[in-house]
Design a protein around this ligand. Sequence first.
Ligand code: ATP
Length: 763
Amino acid sequence: MDDSETSPLINRRPHSVINQSSEEDEDDSENKLNYTTEKVLSGEYESLDYDNCENELYEMEEKKKSVRDIVVIEMLRWLVMLFVGVLTGLVASLIDYCVIKSTDLKFSIIKKYIDKCVDDQCMEIPLFVWAGINGGLVFVAAVLTACFEPVAAGSGIPQIKCYLNGVKVPHVVRLKTIVVKVIGVISSVAGGLIIGKEGPMIHSGAVIAAGISQGRSDTFRKFDLRIFEFFRADTEKRDFVAGGAAAGVSAAFGAPVGGVLFSLEEGASFWNQALAWRIFFASMMSTFTLNVIQSYIKGHPWDLSYPGLFNFGNFDTTSYSAFEIPIFILMGVLGGLFGALFNQFNYILTKFRRRYINKGRDRVLEAMVVAIITATVGFVSLYFNNNCTPMIHDQDPNTVQFYCNDGQYSSTASILFQSPEDSVKSLFHDPKGTYAPATLIVYCLCVFLLACWTYGLYVPSGLFIPGLLIGATWGRLVGISLNYIFPDAEWVDFGKYSLIGAAAQLGGIVRMTISLTVIIMEATGNITFGLPIMIVLIVAKWVGDIFNEGIYDMHIHIQGVPILGWEPSSVLTNLSAREVMSHPVSVFRMRESVGRIMEVLQNEMHNGFPVVENFDPDIQSSSEEEEMSFGTYRGIILRSQLLVLLKQRIYGDNLTAKLTTKDFRDAYPKFTPVRQIHISQYEREHFEINLEPYMNPAAYCITDNSLYPRIFKLFRALGLRHLVVVDKHHQVVGMVTRKDLARYKVTQKLWKVSMEELLISTK
Ligand code: ATP
């Protein structure tokens, strides 16, 4: 352990908070933020409330509910999941159809120029056409993303992971986001970037789920499906988003079980059987819908054999023997090493981007440069590494003869003249001898570097396919090498090694284990390779974790998102609530003056406040004493609830008028900010609000001597947002939120464990 771990933890209260933005120097602060955030948890990210507010209104509503109401709500949950599955399948089909059509059109144009120019010696023309088309398509994706909805960039998996973990990522489940995502992914995939459309499907499924379950949209304010009104709460919405993400995985890979496991692995705090069942239903409906549509598109209506956007093709005749397992383990090690290298390059690049490429114009320019370079690299490697193979694919419209003799085609051209997904399949299934080792080495290197550069560009893009493609290439090279060593061995099957390489590389980059094993198994269509895939994924994760973290976690941490891992770190076990909590605490009394509520909401950005008795703010605020307490704990009230109470003026003549839970649901999720609520000086000074019916009297609290692991588990398992710390007399002494837990950053590299305390930025 290094010094930082053994040094005493400093109990700095109030927390070390840095102010990252002020209205006057917005531009400057953006730059500052770009390179300081790694040591800072961003205050921009708020938490979701996964804990029901069981106040008097809630109790009244629950008591009024008949059995029929309960059944109807449960049926509506299933109905929403049905819509989510079907719509996700439809969106996946749309994306797939558009990508195939535009890619075919693009390559037919380029092929025409190549065929013409091979004889006329004018090869620069197809190069310009290729680069021009790619640049143009990527321009569309980048402008939409960088200028209209930056959160649509990338796969969206890190953002969805955060959301399922309980962090509200601004704009992540908006209608505008999905529009940009869908158009963007079509343009960027057709634009020839080394990306896949599968990752973005997960994000799209999540947005669809969030949108449908709320039955209304900010964009179309008149549209309001009141039957879904009951679902307008973070708890319900997050469950549906889990279903949407699973439906996305399911449509992407034809992997309904993998989808469910993805949602559970990445998000669910505990195994909720009823929810898992509904998520599974959404996943099934999504793959079924996609299957039906694809069967029509492919001209075989109701021949339901197209369960996902991408499958690995048929491995039914391939098997493995136990003596190959050590080879698979070695491939897992390679996957871990290459994955860590990929992540390290991408990390350096991301930091560079955050510092220097942070304006819309620069982001668009960078995306176009990458598109043009990708096309140029493809073309140049085709020109200098023309690998001729006897014609066996003459039915394939993208087969290019290039400089090969008659009866032969260029296999280099054939992997370049198709989408990255088809290239993965070619590497899995093309017969021995199709690709020369030199072709594969050059291709692997180019794809590795380009994919690394591409991930993080301001275009919607998925990383699964590039990961698989890199691994499938070096996996095939492993197969070729084994064939060289054991020329007569029948067990050396190139496709098998290509598949294991693909799994190892992807595992080394993303470090997912349970869900990825099942996704790959479902995409291969048989369980023969279940064990080898699991082994390589585990080994790749172990090896990769020695050097750095998985790429999604890396991007989450670079952005300062307060995400909580599965388990509390073992080096934090001796930390007590007193060291973790914030102190002093902003609290409200059961009957609080309108003026004080306004003042606190205006001056502080906290989202939750303990409600107490026996407390006098005037006396407390003048006291400098460290050990002071803040009254007897009675419950918690949220900022959002106070905003509704103030807006509805629940004081004076209205003091006894009670709002209902519906009033709060109607205001969800965009509550009027305090600066837009105008309250006169007279009202501030003469009225008070009775908080008792609205506060959550059953909110969780802990005693000040509780240890970090207990606090962490409470937060993680129950999806908490606030945890009040009380002393043995039930007096409030502190407040803990997810940022207080997430700010202890523990890094483990080999035997060296280090811990640092991050700062928390203001919002
Ligand atoms: P969230 O942002 O997770 O929705 P929040 O806005 O209420 O919740 P944070 O932004 O996580 O709170 O809190 C930032 C810091 O302020 C944390 O250190 C937390 O302990 C502290 N804090 C939160 N609420 C209070 C409060 N009522 N009084 C004093 N400190 C608080």
